[in-house]
Design a protein around this ligand. Structure first.
Ligand code: TYD
Ligand code: MG
Length: 456
């Protein structure tokens, strides 16, 4: 039987099938299959008798491959450089993802000012008119002479223009607006997004320029269209944050040229994004005084310790089943901590509503956040204040024990730097440090009971 000319691909997960499906058997998405032409690749160039290309001439010795010493561009934003692993790599394709309105276009326009001092930049926009970009640039104070704007949506024409105008850096905002005219599906569809990304990948490699692509995120938090795009590009950065909060976190999800642990912290102001070099200070500013139910936590974001305030409120419920709410903290984790408090310490919360909040729109995802959450809860329930200069971190086990966490000394140093006087840490972690090294009172605790004993 002749092979069908078409294949069907799920636009959510990339699953391929020879027939159309209403529901994707792989990811369960409904009505997500798109028709694509199943083109068999045609071999070209040095083809041997069996029709397989001979690549023996293309093999290189590692020593023979020359690299420029200056292969990274400084973007002028230290936080962005850090997330990129030390700057924008020549010849790399970077995907910047994030929800609409989070600030992707803003940050890219901002870096043009610094990059434009020594390099020429082509900013291709398929979303905004040149006038709109100019207005935004004016507001951001961007007036570089090396910045060139192009409003276009035809991906092949854009790739040709990049090749002919040979800028040092190119920016494409956004991939969902780009399309290749010979592909029939609409812009933003799986096929278009994938083919356009492939096209720009070749452009970046051939021209040896850094190319940044903006990608919108759909309501599930994935880059709209496909995971396939993440496979193609060299680095994937996500811009995160609550839209109504001014803080923005930039996180690397994939990076072929650096670590993916790093985050960059920014604040959205009326003149664009500003870097936050001292996130702990920002997150701790405006703490309430003489209030029970708050405790300071220390989490590691990559190689950086960040202090954040945990607030808990427990009050009598007026419902049959008490309410539990967590903002910035895993809801199930909160329930586990409540269960441990009930079972191991006999603190019953069955008639109390519990609200937990991490201040500043920050997320406390690390196990080290367990202890400060439990302490804030205990403080709230007992209505006993925790000293303002106390900080705690540690993972809580189901037996009510406090388990060790990583990066102990960095966390203590950060607490010290921010002027804290007491630090409650897991007892097990004491073996890795020398308490006399620090100018802070270290309280080792192996159980929750011991940790709570510092709350007077
Ligand atoms: P934008 O960069 O257009 O978002 P994206 O490209 O990710 O969709 O960001 C727009 C938002 O940022 C908008 O809600 C207004 C806000 N903003 C400021 O608060 N200050 C500024 O100086 C700028 C340029 C935007
Ligand atoms: Mg935009």
């Amino acid at each position: 039987m002749a092979r069908s000319r078409y294949i069907y691909t799920c636009n959510q997960c990339g699953y391929e099938s020879s027939k159309w499906n209403g529901k994707c058997p792989s990811c369960g998405a409904w009505n997500s299959f798109e028709e694509e032409l199943a083109d068999a690749p045609k071999p070209s160039g040095g083809v041997n008798a069996a029709g397989v290309p001979d690549l023996s001439d293309s093999i290189l010795e590692l020593d023979d491959i020359g690299i420029d010493s200056d292969v990274r561009y400084d973007t002028g934003l230290g936080e962005l450089n850090r997330v990129l692993g030390g700057g924008l790599v020549k010849g790399s394709l970077v995907l910047l993802g994030g929800e609409p309105g989070i600030g992707k276009s803003t940050i890219l326009l901002q870096i043009c000012q610094y990059l434009g001092e020594d390099h020429s930049i082509l900013y291709v926009s398929g979303e905004e008119s040149a006038r709109q970009i100019k207005l935004r640039a004016q507001r951001l104070g961007v007036n570089s002479e090396n910045l060139y704007l192009l409003t276009a949506t035809d991906a092949e024409a854009v790739a040709d223009t990049i090749a002919s105008s040979a800028p040092d850096i190119a920016i494409i905002d956004s991939i969902q607006t780009m399309s290749i005219s010979r592909i029939s599906s609409s812009p933003g569809s799986l096929t278009q997004v994938r083919e356009c990304t492939n096209l720009f990948m070749h452009t970046a490699k051939r021209q040896e320029i850094p190319l940044i692509i903006v990608g919108h995120v759909n309501k599930d938090g994935a880059i709209a269209g496909p995971k396939v795009m993440e496979h193609i590009v060299d680095a994937v950065l996500y811009f995160e944050g609550e839209r109504h909060q001014s803080y923005r976190l930039l996180r690397a999800v994939k990076n072929r040229f650096g670590s993916t642990n790093e985050i960059g912290v920014f604040e959205m102001r009326d003149k664009g994004l500003t870097e936050v070099a001292n996130p702990s200070q920002m997150l701790l500013s405006g703490r309430p005084h003489n209030v029970s139910g708050t405790c300071v936590a220390c989490v590691m974001e990559g190689s950086r310790p960040i202090l954040a305030e945990v607030q808990a409120l427990a009050c009598k419920t007026s419902y049959a089943a008490p309410r539990r709410m967590a903002t910035g903290f895993d809801f199930n984790r909160l329930n586990i901590i409540i269960a441990v408090l009930e079972k191991r310490l006999g603190i019953f919360l069955g008639s109390l509503d519990v609200y937990l909040n991490i201040v500043g729109g920050f997320r406390l995802d690390e196990p080290a956040g367990d202890l400060p959450v439990a302490m804030a809860l205990y403080s709230g329930i007992m209505d006993k204040q925790i000293d303002e200069d106390l900080i705690a971190f540690g993972e809580i086990g189901l037996g009510g024990e406090i388990r060790s966490v990583s990066h102990i000394s960095q966390r203590i140093r950060e607490a010290e730097r921010m002027g804290f006087r007491t630090c409650v840490i897991p007892k097990q972690s004491m073996s890795g440090i020398d308490a006399t090294d620090y100018d802070i009172n270290i309280v080792p605790a192996s159980t929750l009971k011991q940790a709570f004993s510092v709350i007077k």
